[in-house]
Write a protein that binds this ligand. Structure first.
Ligand SMILES: C[S@@+](CC[C@H](N)C(=O)[O-])C[C@H]1O[C@@H](n2cnc3c(N)ncnc32)[C@H](O)[C@@H]1O
Length: 245
């Protein structure tokens, strides 16, 4: 896995940076991911499929020792590097997971990347690459599309996106993600993977402890007491947090 390719993400770095402030990410996803990662101070972290580098910057600011952002989309990496040159945090960006990175990281974070594996063998390879860079006892936190996402495409419209798949919940079938929030408008094509395929790919990569949970930050543990606007998402999130070690 090396080298940048032309990708559907090349022109979407500003959108993804903006998306970090969309309520479902800011209020639900980001705090849930950070709570799942735990204290990152002094840890070495690889942000696999780092996109514009939003999580890389958050993790470095939270005190991670080494943060490497890896992505295959040139446009995304350029955006991360631009932010790094404007405000140096010490993040390294790379388009290649060289062998020198094997066994180097306490944590691998990979947010919304597994759905871009187009075949089961690509999903297996992706998981193997996530596994090989971890230290013994290291941990992967990843967010694929929730295999039990709400199939009504309008369900997520109030959060700025829709998911459309026909038929819904079909293995290795395209999922269209339309993004429409703030002044942004874009369509991305992802791929649906069942829990069976996700767990199988992780197990093949050598992970032995695999579990998943919905993204629910501690402050909204009692979902019905969360702000009304967030409740439908909390009850039926479009992404799931998978932890593997
Ligand atoms: C939906 S974006 C998410 C970006 C970022 N993780 C975030 O949370 O905003 C998916 C990213 O995964 C990257 N990606 C897709 N397949 C990849 C692969 N096999 N290896 C590394 N990055 C990949 C894409 O280039 C894109 O930047």
């Amino acid at each position: 896995m090396s080298g940048t390719t032309h990708s559907q993400f090349d022109d979407l770095s500003s959108l993804y940076e903006d998306m970090a402030s969309w309520p479902f990410r800011k209020e639900i996803e980001t705090p849930s991911v950070l709570e799942t990662l735990g204290d990152v101070r002094g840890k070495d972290v690889l942000d696999f499929g780092c996109g514009d580098g939003t999580y890389s910057r958050i993790l470095k600011r939270l005190g991670a020792r080494r943060v490497v952002g890896f992505d295959v989309a040139e446009g995304m990496l350029a955006h991360g590097q631009q932010r790094e040159s404007e405000n140096p945090l010490g993040i390294e960006y790379t388009n290649a997971l060289s062998e020198s990175l094997n066994g180097q990281f306490d944590l691998v974070l990979s947010v919304y990347v597994m759905p871009y594996a187009r075949s089961k063998s690509e999903l297996d390879r992706m998981c193997a690459n996530m596994a090989r860079v971890l230290k013994q006892g290291g941990r992967l936190v990843t967010l694929p599309i929730h295999p039990d996402y709400e199939p009504d495409p309008q369900y997520y419209a109030q959060y700025g996106f829709s998911l459309t798949q026909q038929p819904a919940h079909q293995e290795n079938v395209d999922v269209r993600l339309d993004l429409f929030y703030d002044n942004f408008n874009a369509t991305v094509t992802a791929c649906y993977w069942s829990f069976a395929s996700l767990y199988d790919a992780l197990a093949k990569a050598g992970f032995t402890h695999i579990k998943h949970k919905n993204p629910v930050p501690a402050q909204y543990a009692d979902i019905d007491k969360a702000p009304a606007f967030l409740v439908p998402y909390l009850k039926r999130p479009h992404a799931v947090i998978v932890e593997a070690s």
